[in-house]
Design a protein around this ligand. Structure first.
Ligand SMILES: NC(=O)c1ccc[n+]([C@@H]2O[C@H](COP(=O)([O-])OP(=O)(O)OC[C@H]3O[C@@H](n4cnc5c(N)ncnc54)[C@H](OP(=O)(O)O)[C@@H]3O)[C@@H](O)[C@H]2O)c1
Length: 298
């Protein structure tokens, strides 16, 4: 049996959908019953409940599992969550963990300045030292994070970010899910790290133009200061630590300026990379603000 954790989050749910597309049964871990409703409706998906921080809640989820896609949120508790989960997986006899990590969006990114990158490195060291066979997926920024800008797009026709003319190479989580599916269902990926980006390094002016073309309404990029954006995140209800972590991330991105494109993983697995323009067209109604993003889109 294959288990996907973080199954109601963005990359986790996309991977569950990829299993459904192939008709391959899969087990999906969610933290609480009310979060599993959308996934429970999918054929071949066994939804189980448990908290990765609490091994005693994972007994059923890990029973009979050969391989796991390990994902949890990028917050301050990620290190403890995933190390605790690794211990529980070893105890339960799991044979292979595919760790979902992140590619620094720009070469030269300072891990000491960004906790989530640092935690990913520490977790990987823990996983390798544990002796558990492992594989790492390292995607760049998800295209889906631009949904967080929908309120400004709808209210002001603007994409407001503190990025100047920095380029980013966001990747579609459905592309990542295809790689995750292949790695989880075929042999021979132990000890491999699969880095992924999208097919273009885009300025935010480019991203705004693609969204504008997709929704048929003018959307322009407006450069804001890091302080302005942090205030906007706080006003939108982000907890202060999350707003500060995002501000740090964007400062690092704009300090470095340029992202590189790496399509080696797409090529290795025969996946056509999704462009941002295609992504924006697929989710035009989400960018218009008329349809919410759901983990099980029609
Ligand atoms: N965002 C990006 O652009 C990006 C790019 C590259 C890599 N990444 C990496 O991708 C990973 C996922 O990030 P994300 O922001 O996309 O997260 P996300 O969509 O919020 O998904 C995280 C999932 O993990 C679950 N989770 C967290 N703690 C858990 C626990 N203790 N027990 C069980 N489930 C738990 C969450 O469940 P709940 O719904 O219950 O909270 C949620 O389903 C992170 O490691 C991040 O560093 C992100």
């Amino acid at each position: 049996m294959i288990l996907i954790t973080g199954a109601n989050g963005r990359p986790g749910s996309a991977t569950v959908r990829e299993f459904v597309r192939h008709g391959t049964p899969v087990r999906a871990l969610v933290r609480s019953p009310e979060k599993g409703d959308d996934l429970r409706a999918l054929p071949g998906v066994e939804v189980v409940y448990g908290d990765m921080l609490w091994p005693e809640t994972l007994e059923h989820a890990l029973a009979g599992v050969d391989r796991v896609l390990m994902i949890s949120g990028a917050g301050p508790e990620m290190l403890e969550t995933q190390c605790t989960f690794i211990d529980a997986a070893i105890k339960a006899g799991v044979g292979h963990i595919v760790k979902f990590s992140g590619k620094d969006s720009v070469d030269g990114f300072d891990n000491e300045k960004f906790r989530s990158s640092r935690s990913h490195e520490q977790i990987l060291r823990y996983l390798v030292a544990s002796g558990m066979p492992w594989t790492v997926l390292r995607p760049s920024q998800f295209m889906h994070v631009y949904f967080e800008e929908v309120p400004d797009i709808v209210a002001h026709g603007e994409l407001r970010l503190p990025l100047g003319d920095t380029t980013l190479a966001p990747v579609d989580i459905d592309d990542i899910a295809k790689v995750a599916y292949a790695v989880l269902t075929t042999p021979g990926h132990e000890g491999e790290t699969y880095t992924m980006t999208g097919p273009e390094a885009l300025t935010m002016t480019d991203a705004a133009r693609h969204i504008s073309d997709a929704i048929g309404r003018s959307v322009s990029y407006r450069d804001v200061t890091s302080e302005e954006k942090q205030q906007a995140w706080l006003a939108a209800g982000y907890p202060r630590p999350r707003a500060s972590a995002f501000a740090q991330l964007f400062q690092e991105r704009s300090r470095l300026g340029r992202s590189t494109v790496d399509l080696s993983t797409h090529e290795r697995f025969g996946i056509e990379p999704t462009t941002f323009a295609e992504f924006a067209r697929r989710y035009a109604d989400v960018f218009r603000g008329v349809s919410p993003y759901t983990v099980t889109p029609a």
